[in-house]
Design a protein around this ligand. Structure first.
Ligand code: FES
Length: 171
């Protein structure tokens, strides 16, 4: 194989990318064209961030990037250089769920769990800025996150409950 061989496979450019993920400094080797969601799942082994549509419609790949909710299938991993990323794993863990996760659990707000990253981040963001949201406001806040199991009502109920818990605890 020579550099002038038209059938020669192009080597895929790679780079080192460093960022803070769930409070830990991480450096990974990734391809220039690799999506952030792919790096989060494969190189960082954080499988709670899901791959659904890969075009920004479903929200399964949602993470926080420098404090903003983003769909990680719409970003190249390289663009996250130096950023702070929070994935759904940082919200809580079995036996130590966050209040929002508890509310989803208690109200059957999720079933298969595939859409959870988007709904949980949207819920947390909404409650942080609007402690007593109406159902319409909740539905507006979760727009862009698709759920094929619950019909959304249980998610709305869960977020309303999560907001009530936050108010009760003074959070
Ligand atoms: Fe990113 Fe669906 S996989 S929005």
């Amino acid at each position: 194989m020579t550099a002038t061989d038209p059938d020669a496979a192009e080597a895929t450019p790679t780079r080192r990318m460093s960022c803070t993920v769930n409070g830990q400094h991480r450096t990974v080797e990734c391809e220039d064209r690799q999506l952030l969601v792919e790096v989060i799942r494969e190189q960082l082994n954080l499988k709670g961030t899901h791959i659904g549509c890969l075009n920004g419609d479903c929200g399964a790949c949602t993470v926080e990037l420098d404090g903003r909710i983003v769909k990680s299938c719409l970003l190249l991993a390289a663009s996250a250089e130096g950023s702070e990323i929070t994935t759904v794993e940082a919200m809580g863990s079995p036996g130590d769920l966050s209040d929002v996760q508890e509310a989803f659990w208690d109200n059957d707000g999720f079933q298969c769990g595939f859409c959870l990253p988007g709904h949980l981040f949207a819920a947390r963001d909404l409650i942080g800025s609007n402690p007593d949201p109406s159902d319409d406001e909740i539905r507006h806040a979760i727009a862009g996150n698709l759920c094929r199991c619950t019909g959304y009502q249980r998610i709305v109920t869960s977020i309303r409950d999560a907001a009530a818990r936050a108010r009760a605890s003074g959070a």
